[in-house]
Every structure is written in C-alpha cells, then in structure tokens.
Design a protein around this ligand. Structure first.
Ligand SMILES: NC(=O)c1ccc[n+]([C@@H]2O[C@H](COP(=O)([O-])OP(=O)(O)OC[C@H]3O[C@@H](n4cnc5c(N)ncnc54)[C@H](OP(=O)(O)O)[C@@H]3O)[C@@H](O)[C@H]2O)c1
Length: 278
C-alpha cells in the first residue's frame, strides 16, 4: 500500500485529504505541532523516517489580509516551507503535491487564466505562494502543483460557513460584487489529486470547479441552497470594503492541463455547492 504524508492535516483541505485518501492509501497526517514545515532539519528528518511515496502539502499561511502585516512569516511558511518539502521529497525520492492559488495572477486578463500565463501576484500571500511554486519547480522535478480557488469544505473556516453564521445574526449583509472567481469544493480537489498522483504527468495544474461568479453571486446561491430567505444582500465594491490585501478582479482559471493530459473536467461550482448542502 502506498504511503502518503499530508502536512497541515488539521486545515480544511488537510482533514479531507486524510479522510478520503485513507480509503485507498496508508495516510499519515501531521499538523503544525507535529510537523512545522518552516523547520528544514525537522522536515528532512521526519520525511526520512516516514519514507512516504507521496507528500501532499496542504499547510499554508492562508489569511490573505494578515499576510500583509506578517510578511516574513508569509514567505517562511508559503515559500520556504514549500522549499523544505521539496528538498526532503527529493532526498527521499518522494513525489510532491503542492497546493497553490489563483491569487498568483493579477486579474487583468479578461478570459480564464491557463497554466501557461505569466503570474503577477498583487499581495504578499500571492507572492509567497508563487515563491513556493518556484522553489518546488527548481528543486524536485517529481512535483504536481495544483492551483485552486475560493476553497470551501466541511472542515475549517471558509466563506460558506462564515456567511451561514452571519446570515443567522444579521438581516442585511454587504457582499463584494466586483471580484470574479470560482468557488471550489475541497472534495472535488481531493478527488482530482487522487487521479493525478496515479500518473507520472508532473507539472502545474489549474484545479477549480467549472464556471465563474462574484462573491455576491456565491453568497446568493449559498442562502438559496440553505433556504435562508429573510436576508437582504447588498452589493459593495472592493474599494468600499477596503481590505489590507489587494485581490485580483478576475481570477478565473481554466483547467487546461487537466483537459490536455486527461480530458478531465470538474463539476460546475453551483452543482458542487448543491452537493455540499445535500
Ligand atoms: N482557502 C482558500 O480559499 C484557498 C484558495 C486557494 C488556494 N488555497 C490553498 O489551499 C491550501 C489549503 O488551504 P486551506 O483552506 O485548507 O487552509 P487552512 O484551513 O488555513 O489550512 C492550512 C493549515 O496549515 C497549517 N499551518 C500553518 N503554518 C504551518 C506550518 N508552519 N507548518 C505546518 N502547518 C502549518 C495551519 O495551521 P494553523 O491554522 O494552526 O495555523 C492549517 O491547519 C493552501 O495551500 C492554500 O494556500 C486555499
């Protein structure tokens, strides 16, 4: 049975990775306390001891606005942490799966980004995630980098859960309507990872659910599916919201490498959201 090491195992994606992949692999999930990916010696020693066939890095510093304040920590976790796993996986001949983000793009394109478009991140989060990608590409050729977007799942914090909570506490909510992207269900991402790791097709993959929407449209769908009708959702602009980190206006990604390599498509975002609620 193949052995998989999952980092950041208590995060929203980490929990699903461990639960779902355990049906098929021997999965060892380590959280931040057991494996801090910023500690190179520790990462190398743990990987040497476990000898995983595959490492899946779902550990990251994901608070986009906080990253603007904690710049060193962002680069340490999202950049050097990925590098450390690349070194350890190379030394152990393990394959490395790394999760990255649509925020590596600047949002200036008017059609979905493909894997061959040049990234140009606007935020420290995006820059540090891009650094992680670059380290991995330089160090371990046996890598799969999966860029995803607007992730939600049953575990951890995400937009869906936040809205459901706010929906109970408020009669009116203001939601941004000038950022366009694609919500992605963690379980669809895990299933795609499971498909890719069975192949030798290393490289960078866009892995979002199909379609696009604004945060406002995402919110409207969430309340519709949750049968919450007594709430008024108003639209605001990104400028009015005035968050510390700049975000791309348009960060929709086309899963072009999945199509070219495997003719593989993910479900549309609204179908997956429906599944999440059912
Ligand atoms: N969430 C999104 O909307 C989204 C969108 C696009 C891409 N992604 C990417 O998808 C991946 C999974 O994200 P997620 O939503 O599951 O994030 P998450 O829920 O924040 O999980 C990340 C996990 O990493 C842990 N971690 C932080 N620093 C660490 C360190 N030094 N060593 C080991 N673990 C550490 C965190 O622990 P603590 O919480 O205790 O710090 C947390 O459990 C990340 O690579 C993220 O960049 C996420």
């Amino acid at each position: 049975m193949k052995k998989i090491l999952v980092t950041g195992s208590k995060g929203q994606l980490g929990v699903d990775l461990v639960n779902i992949l355990s049906n098929e692999y021997y999965v060892i999930g380590l959280d931040k306390e057991k494996l801090d990916i910023t500690n190179l010696d520790y990462v190398v020693n743990i990987v040497k001891a476990i000898k995983p066939h595959i490492i899946i890095n779902s550990a990251a510093y994901t608070n986009v606005d906080e990253c603007e304040k904690n710049i060193d920590l962002s680069y340490k976790i999202n950049g050097l942490g990925a590098r450390n796993l690349a070194i350890a996986s190379l030394e152990n001949n393990s394959r490395l799966v790394h999760i990255s983000t649509d925020f590596v793009f600047d949002g200036q394109k008017n059609e979905p980004y493909i894997e061959f478009d040049i990234p140009n991140p606007l935020s420290i989060y995006g820059k540090s995630k891009l650094l992680g990608e670059e380290f991995i590409k330089q160090i371990n050729p046996k890598h799969y980098i999966l860029r995803t977007s607007w992730l939600y799942g049953e575990n951890g914090n995400n937009f869906v859960k936040t809205l459901l909570k706010l929906g109970k506490e408020n009669k009116t909510l203001k939601i941004v309507n000038d950022q366009i992207g694609t919500p992605t269900y963690t379980k669809d991402l895990v299933n795609t990872i499971n498909m890719i790791i069975k192949t030798d097709a290393y490289g960078t993959y866009h892995t979002s659910n199909e379609g696009e929407c604004t945060w406002f449209e995402f919110a409207r769908k969430i309340f519709e599916l949750a049968n919450i009708t007594d709430i008024e959702i108003l639209t605001i602009t990104t400028e009015e919201l005035n968050r510390p980190a700049k975000r791309p206006k348009y960060s929709v990604m086309k899963n072009y490498m999945l199509k070219l390599n495997f003719n593989y498509t993910l479900k549309s975002w609204d179908k997956s959201l429906k599944k999440y609620f059912s």
